[in-house]
Write a protein that binds this ligand. Structure first.
Ligand code: HSE
Length: 449
């Protein structure tokens, strides 16, 4: 028997509350720095647009800051400021807690308190999620609270929701991305100007792309935290920052960049999350990629992430990975999502860690190396070099030699091999009498040629 449905009367739309005065949902904002001040501004300026999208008015009820007397954006309503973040979170009228303080404490105890009292939580805190993710996700699950964190990885770029929801029916094999704008800016400068790392860092600092203390960015800590979050979502497996193999860009030289350029490659700091038979490998390190690779075209401080999934194939996400207003866009999107959930009496998906795949040691990960050697240009040089590769079972893909009088530069790119075997090969090369200097060692990503 066929059934026909009654059409829904126009007055009974998705948001029945629109017919009368809208309810209000109260938002507590923790932190009012570059992202927090933009969240506060956008919540206020866009209030009339956000209300019908949500079905409730979003009211900024308080802003917790370290120093109430500090100079701030004139758009911030100073009457909302408080130095007592714990008291703000505990206020019974608060529905949604938005955390943009960053770091581990006091963010961790504030978020746990919010989740335990059933508040919906929106956070941009990559360090906390990468370090204490199990505790935070566990509290959200145990207390039935919502937890959204789109802004924690790659700023404005919608990436976590696609992994958490859109690709929930697919099998992700690989996530490969540029997730740190500061280092991308520095490497881009080194590539276009031939400048050293130190010169490019100085310029990035002068232009405000790099912090006065750039350690978190240039040593890869920021990217490693993001890689842990991406890998956890992509592979339904708990991955912490400590599981991520991390190398920053401080050792990248102008010679590395030049060597890459000569081979039609470019150096990028990549976050690479891969699934293989041995488990998952999660790493952050500089790598040479072909200039034809879509990630090679990502310049300045932009971020881009390449996702390879069984059925979806290859997807690329690109955009602003940092900055107050772009990051606030991702926070606002999460606020709208948790507000809609709250009105609908539902919540977003819990962290999915059912797969529990082992995280592989870096030495067991399959990689490819580019090595540039300054060698004597005389008979019998290639044999011991090739022998060093053969000894460790590493297959050579390409060799290029450039003669420079009595010296030559040999550039050798390998096929895929265990990273430990490649590193051992380099140690043997360094000890060879025919090798004057190892000018450049870097991993290679992208298509094998
Ligand atoms: N410092 C980061 C970057 C932005 O340079 O991309 C915040 O994660």
């Amino acid at each position: 028997m066929s059934q026909t449905r009654e059409p829904v009367p126009a007055s009974r739309g998705t948001f029945p509350a629109l017919r009368g005065p809208l309810p209000a949902l109260k938002v507590a904002l923790l932190g009012c720095g570059s992202v927090g001040s933009q969240v506060a501004r956008l919540l206020t300026e866009q209030a009339d647009d956000l209300a019908p999208r949500v079905g409730a008015r979003l009211e900024l009820a308080g802003i917790a800051v370290r120093r109430v007397g500090h100079a701030r954006d004139p758009g911030i309503d100073r009457s909302l400021l408080t130095a007592d973040a714990h008291a703000l979170v505990a206020r019974p009228d608060i529905d949604i807690v938005v955390e943009v303080i960053g770091g581990i404490e006091p963010a961790r105890s504030l978020l746990l308190a919010a989740l335990k009292s059933g508040r919906a939580v929106v956070t941009a805190n990559k360090a906390l999620l990468a370090e204490n993710g199990a505790q935070i996700y566990g509290a959200a699950r145990d207390y039935g609270a919502d937890l959204y964190y789109e802004a924690s990885v790659a700023g404005a770029i919608p990436l976590l929701r696609p992994l958490r929801e859109s690709l929930a029916g697919d099998t992700v094999h690989r996530v490969l991305g540029i997730v740190n704008g500061t280092t991308n800016y520095i490497l881009d400068q080194m590539d276009s100007s031939g400048a050293s790392f130190a010169e490019s860092l100085e310029e990035a600092q002068a232009l405000g792309y790099a912090e006065a203390d750039p350690t978190a960015d240039v040593e890869g800590f920021d990217a490693a935290a993001k890689a842990a979050i991406l890998a956890s979502l992509a592979f339904h497996t708990p991955v912490t920052a400590a599981d991520v193999h991390r190398e920053g860009i401080t050792e990248v030289t102008a010679a590395d960049i030049g060597s890459a350029r000569a081979l039609g490659r470019v150096v990028k700091l990549l976050a690479i999350c891969e699934r293989s038979d041995g488990g998952v490998s999660v790493r952050v390190h500089p790598a040479m990629i072909p200039r034809s690779h879509p990630l090679a075209a990502v310049g300045e401080a932009y971020n881009a992430v390449f996702v390879e999934a069984e059925s979806a194939g290859r997807l690329m996400f690109y955009g602003a990975g940092a900055g107050g207003t772009p990051t606030a866009s991702a926070v606002l999107g999460d606020i709208v999502a948790v507000a809609r959930n709250r009105l609908g009496g539902t919540r977003g998906p819990d962290a999915s860690t059912y797969a529990g795949l082992p995280v592989m040691a870096m030495g067991e990960t399959l990689t490819r190396y580019h090595v540039a050697l300054d060698v004597d240009d005389k008979p019998g040089v290639l044999a011991p070099v090739a022998e060093a590769y053969a000894r460790h079972g590493v297959s050579i893909e390409a060799v290029r030699q450039t003669s420079r009088g009595e010296e030559a530069q040999l550039v050798i790119v390998t096929h895929t091999a265990r990273d430990a075997a490649l590193a051992a090969t380099v140690r043997d090369l360094e000890a060879l009498p025919v090798v004057r200097a190892v000018a450049s060692v870097m991993r290679v990503e992208g298509e094998e040629e």
